[in-house]
Design a protein around this ligand. Structure first.
Ligand code: ADP
Ligand code: MG
Length: 593
């Protein structure tokens, strides 16, 4: 390459280059302009776009406005009123601080700014085309600021070409507006696209705003949460697990009101739903994190969509714990209303509505860690397993070691507290479902799925507490494995023992089964071991699940009562009681409702 002298780029060229980082599409312009308006203390915002923002983007606010000197200066690069010293940068409490947005936008579009402070009588109008010299004039208007951005990238054809269809750009703009609408509910907001009013919401609370944006029906599928520590607080909504969504579209994370993306924190939420949702679905969440601004760095990304935390691990743990607790302590069973509904639902005539119903509500006492059920049964978080039923249950079928059954003699003897008052009528249908009459509706339980959940949690508990229960076989049985299965079995031997099997090596590739867990159905004591190994393999291939968890799931699936098993009334009642004593009664370990 021939030698060239170093030059300092002229400002208009530097701005055009910088614009590439800050402004990608109409969406980015809308974001930057809304941030400026909010930083200026606006209480009413109007956004108007034409042609998905490709032709026009206009943001009008009633914020503090600018005087003549500032209004011209605001378009210079690194011109900002928000920070002055390095110390300011360490504790950002405004959206903007880099002083790049207006300079960048004006470099790649035709911009007109009209602004008036409360003290001035007229508004200043500053017009800039593609980074040219600003033209200044005066005009009447109310205090506040209006910025219009026309023909984005008209002077950068390569970029203009990359803009997508009007529809696609509109969607992106809408997404951005939605985020601000959610994080700033106290600000009234109007959004007009191609002369159509898309959104028009008045100043309100988060709760009301969520209804404005998502509608009543969807907002009923959400649960509110709120928790704080000394330096960190989280509040917002999470979706009930049975309303898992096909995409991650409705996942919102705000850090000190700024929308951010953070894979780890999103994963913290997602993982709290593990085993509660069908594979491939994603939970709704709308979470507001508030952290001392000294403990985060938001200056790690030109469009400030990411943040660096001083201690991301503890934030991760905090979020995960709060979400888990919320899921565990809310009544998350779907209720079905048997009305023929219009639309797609009409085909089945059965619609799941996210309504709270009168199924025993559990409340959580955070100071004692106790869960209180309406039958005033006290079940502590740690030993939560089987509530008193007052019934003689078939222990063979439903399985119960002394350590699993926690009912005390006193509780057992109180007939007015037992379950028949909760569901006076109970039926088994197709030897598959249990129907029970509850106060204002009908409870439908899939017997296999329900039993799976019970056994799964019991198995996990045995892993954790090392309390195993084994039932000795009268006649020990030998099993011969293939070499592959034998190797796998050897690897998992201790987990088998923890679940309750008593198995001894017995020559080459052979073992002797001397005892089995009490959960097992009669007759499948040894065949289940081979089935477990093969199911375990499937789970392991499918994902990254921990060995213990895979085995617990395999075990629960194989040991659970099946469709086709007849249950008598006491067994059904016991099954339901035990189900609602599990941590997550509303889905099986695989996420089936
Ligand atoms: P930043 O927001 O990072 O400071 P910008 O380029 O977005 O940089 O804006 C430059 C400056 O212009 C801001 O610091 C602010 O003082 C002023 N400004 C921009 N938009 C508005 C507005 N809508 N109302 C009042 N002042 C504004
Ligand atoms: Mg800004």
């Amino acid at each position: 390459m021939t030698h060239r002298r170093i030059q300092v780029l002229p400002e208009h060229l530097a701005n055009k280059i910088a614009a590439g980082e800050v402004i990608q599409r109409p969406e980015s312009v809308v974001k930057e302009l809304l941030e400026n308006s909010l930083d200026a203390g606006a209480k009413h915002l109007t956004v108007v776009i034409k042609d998905g923002g490709k032709e026009l983007i206009q943001v009008v606010d009633d914020g503090i406005g600018m005087d003549e000197e500032d209004s011209v200066r605001s378009f210079q690069r690194h011109a900002t009123s928000k920070i002055a010293t390095y110390e300011d940068l360490e504790a950002i409490n405004t959206y903007g601080f880099r002083g790049e947005a207006l300079a960048s936008i004006a470099a790649v579009a035709r911009v007109a700014l009209k602004t008036r402070t409360l003290d001035d009588d007229v508004a200043i109008v500053v017009s800039i085309d593609g980074g040219d010299k600003p033209r200044v004039s005066r005009e009447g208007r109310n205090p506040g600021t209006s910025i219009s951005v026309q023909n984005l990238f008209y002077n950068v054809p390569a970029r203009r070409k990359f803009l997508k269809s009007t529809n696609t750009e509109f969607r992106h703009v809408y997404d951005v507006i939605q985020r601000f609408a959610l994080s700033c509910p106290e600000v009234a907001l109007q959004f007009v696209s191609d002369d159509e009013t898309i959104l028009d919401v008045k100043s309100s609370t988060v709760q009301e705003r969520v209804i404005d944006i998502f509608g009543v029906r969807q907002s009923e599928a959400l649960v509110w949460l709120e928790e704080r520590t000394e330096f960190l607080s989280v509040s917002g909504y999470i979706g009930k697990p049975m309303f898992g969504q096909k995409s991650r579209a409705n996942q919102f994370l705000f850090l000190n009101r700024r929308y951010i993306t953070n894979r780890n924190i999103s994963y913290a939420v997602f993982s709290a739903y593990e085993n509660l949702m069908i594979k491939g679905s994603h939970p709704f969440f709308l979470l507001f994190l508030e952290i001392d601004p000294h403990r985060v760095d938001v200056n790690v990304h030109p469009s400030k969509m990411e943040a660096k935390f001083e201690d991301e691990q503890s934030i991760y743990r905090f979020v995960s714990t709060v979400v888990r607790k919320t899921l565990a302590t809310n009544n998350l069973v779907p209720s079905a209303s048997l009305t023929a509904e219009e639309g797609a639902d009409a085909r089945v005539g059965l619609r799941f509505t996210p309504r709270q119903h009168s199924w025993p509500q559990q409340t959580f006492n955070p100071s004692t860690g106790e869960i209180l059920s309406p039958r005033t049964t006290r079940i502590s978080m740690e030993q939560q397993s089987v509530p008193p039923t007052g019934f003689d249950v078939s222990e063979k079928l439903l399985g119960s070691s002394e350590s699993d059954l926690v009912h005390s003699g006193a509780e057992r003897g109180k007939p007015e507290e037992v379950s028949p008052t909760s569901y006076p009528l109970i039926w088994q249908v197709h030897k598959k479902y249990i129907l029970a009459q509850v106060e204002n509706g009908l409870l439908i339980v899939d017997q296999h799925v329900a039993h799976e959940r019970i056994i799964y949690e019991r198995a996990l508990k045995r892993f954790e507490t090392n309390q195993t229960a084994t039932q000795q076989l009268l006649f020990p049985q030998s099993i011969e494995f293939s070499p592959g299965d034998f190797a796998l079995f050897t690897e998992l031997h201790r987990y088998f023992e923890q679940i309750g099997f008593a198995i001894k090596p017995f020559g080459r590739n052979t073992v002797l089964v001397e005892g089995v867990p009490p959960d097992l159905r009669e007759g499948c004591e040894t065949s289940i071991i081979k089935e477990l190994l093969s199911l375990y393999r499937e789970y392991q291939q499918a994902g990254t699940m921990a060995s213990r968890d895979s085995l617990a799931k395999s075990f629960s699936c194989k040991a659970a009562i099946k469709a086709g098993d007849k249950l008598d009334e006491a067994e059904m009642r016991s099954l339901i009681d035990q189900l609602f004593a599990t941590k997550m009664p509303y889905v099986c370990p695989h996420g089936r409702p």
